[in-house]
Ligand binder design. Structure first.
Ligand code: ARG
Length: 589
């Protein structure tokens, strides 16, 4: 379905043409003076020079052509030459009727869907998930859902950090604690035990301990580096322990992500490309892209137009070890081979911007990707506490994701049970749903690249630009619809929208009509905050309408039917949008 503004611009363009002017002058936009009109067109002003005519004369001639207009019920030429427009209620009614019938509410599907790989989450195995990983998961999940809804072919990969120093640290600490484990016995030749020599809880404690020790003890750190090297070069016992670490961690990660309503198709990691790295490095060398500099293998990635210094991309360190850049390049090579994507999207903290700039340039230069393949890094800002500093626990430690979620759940539970009679079970369940909306909306309503302040009081509020406010609005609509059904009302399949009979109703209808245009932009710009801004406006428009309108008490049956159709569409659009943001609404709250 075409976007409303395009339809209006077309009609306006025809009026310009009929009056003898360039139809491109007929571009209609949303009014920046909503007190005067709903839409406007400044084409007469723009055409004045070209046609050597006073803009108001052009505007008047165009208005004369709009006398029979189906779309505009009012078109007024205002000095010096603006066109102030109001939409016909009948036209709007028809637009919403078509929109409600369409499976995607009028969003047009791409002629040629893109194959897109989205790389987000990126947790490091055996390190606790902390709030830094929260943003990647929340934003990535929403972008996945938006781009998929918009009709593209999406593959998501969690890209585990499963191959680095943290593995060496854990193995080292295990050896300190249990030196007699068979994994450390070089003469051990039979199969290793199926059972891991540690639990997930121990694992959670081993890493921080090992990491702290390595910072104080040079010798310990060296042993961890050696262990990492042994693991990567294939020492049997190290590989077996590593497998245990992975096997124990993944179910725990899955559980954590499931609690966040986040899921991935591919659970690949840095380790998966280990075996293809030597070949890739050789090829880069053979083709003349990579050269040895101070013992390391590098590829120059600077370009003439650079305004800042871009260091060469390091492929192998002087000891032959691969780096973060190397695994990312090799992963690109594999993804191209396996999926041939048109677009690859990465979500990490914006402090990794230089890393991705180097990786993308190197991938292009060395022809790991086709020239037309797009690669984008979406770098997000930091989540800060109320003091404006990176989020910490009350004790000042790094905030673990689980703790944070628990805190918000508890706060939500307190609010829900405050002065209300709900069963413990329902309250806990609702608190979980609403808490997730608070966290996600609090994050997604900001432009991703910006830092934001994680403010529990604000995010959990039922009023204002928050997730709970949106849910509250949805629940309100559902409860009216339930009451309507209890009173014997039947909700028609394709609702009989009425003609807007008040400004409140029309405003709500106009908000609804923006859906397809909004979503198209949110997808093109990979910008979930546009969805948030839209549903906030929509919820506000609905609540104003609700306060000013007697819905179920309306006696005119046709009018009431129109209200019900509007409620159903508002609910459906809001629920679709929150699903795209990665959360859902309860039945009651
Ligand atoms: N594991 C990394 C980190 O915690 C994030 C990985 C992001 N994805 C990528 N392909 N580099 O910083």
């Amino acid at each position: 379905m075409k976007k409303l503004l395009d339809l209006l611009s077309e009609e306006m363009g025809q009026a310009f043409a009929a009056a003898g002017y360039d139809s491109n002058l007929g571009r209609v936009t949303i009014s920046n003076r909503p007190d005067l009109c709903e839409y406007q067109c400044n084409g007469a002003m723009a055409g004045a020079k070209q046609y050597k005519k006073a803009p108001i004369m052009i505007a008047n001639e165009v208005v004369a052509q709009l006398a029979e207009s189906k779309a505009f019920k009012e078109a007024v030429a205002v000095p010096p030459g603006f066109l102030n427009l109001k939409l016909s209620e009948e036209y709007l009614r028809q637009f919403l009727t078509d929109m409600a019938k369409d499976e995607k509410f009028g969003l047009e599907m791409p002629k040629k869907p893109k194959k897109v790989i989205i790389d987000y989450g990126g947790p490091n195995v055996a390190k606790p998930l902390h709030v830094g990983h929260l943003r990647s998961a929340i934003i990535g999940e929403s972008i996945k859902r938006i781009v998929r809804y918009a009709g593209h072919d999406i593959i998501v990969d969690i890209h585990l950090g499963d191959w680095g120093l943290q593995m060496g640290l854990i193995i080292t600490e295990l050896q300190e604690r249990q030196p007699d484990l068979v994994y450390f016995d070089e003469n051990y030749e039979v199969e290793y035990p199926a059972e891991a020599p540690f639990t997930i809880t121990e694992l959670g404690e081993i890493y921080p301990t090992a990491s702290a020790k390595s910072k104080e003890d040079e010798d310990y750190k060296q042993r961890a580096l050696d262990a990492t090297f042994k693991l990567q070069s294939g020492v049997r016992g190290h590989r077996a322990l590593w497998k245990h670490i992975i096997n124990i961690s993944i179910p725990d990660l899955k559980k954590n992500y499931a609690n966040l309503n986040v899921d991935f198709e591919l659970w690949k990691g840095e380790s998966d490309v280990h075996d293809v790295i030597p070949g890739m490095a050789e090829q880069m060398k053979a083709e003349g892209y990579a050269y040895v500099s101070e013992g390391a293998l590098v590829v120059d990635v600077k370009e003439e137009s650079d305004t800042k210094e871009l260091p060469p991309c390091m492929i192998l360190k002087s000891d032959g070890a691969a780096l973060y850049t190397t695994t990312d390049l090799a992963t690109i090579m594999e993804r191209v081979k396996d999926y041939d994507p048109d677009l690859m999207i990465y979500l990490t903290d914006k402090r990794q911007a230089l890393h991705f700039e180097q990786v993308f340039r190197c991938a292009r230069k060395t022809k790991l990707v086709k020239p037309q393949t797009e690669m984008i890094h979406i770098g997000f800002g930091t989540m800060n506490g109320k003091d404006g500093k990176p989020f910490k626990t009350r004790e000042g430690g790094v905030m673990r994701l689980e703790t944070l979620i628990q805190d918000i759940n508890d706060e939500m539970y307190r609010k829900i049970t405050d002065n209300r009679d709900v069963s413990e079970e329902e309250a806990r369940q609702t608190a979980g749903i609403v808490a997730l909306s608070a966290i996600k909306y609090g994050d997604l309503s900001n432009q991703a690249s910006k830092d934001y302040i994680f403010d529990i009081d604000k995010f959990t509020s039922f009023e204002g630009d928050t997730g709970p406010y949106i849910l509250y609005t949805i629940v309100r609509i559902k409860s009216i619809l339930n009451k309507y059904k209890e009173q014997g009302g039947v909700i028609a399949e394709d609702g009989a929208f009425g003609l807007a009979s008040s400004d409140y109703e029309k405003t709500l209808m106009l908000e609804l009509a923006k859906f397809n245009a909004m979503l198209e932009t949110a997808c093109e710009e990979t910008a979930p905050h546009k969805v948030c801004a839209y549903i906030y406006d929509l919820a506000n428009a609905f609540n104003k309408f609700y306060h000013e309108t007697k819905i179920l008490a309306e006696e005119d049956e046709t009018k009431k039917q129109g209200y019900i159709a509007l409620l159903v569409l508002t609910r459906d659009v809001l629920e679709t949008c929150i699903d795209l943001l990665g959360f859902s609404a309860p039945e009651r709250m």
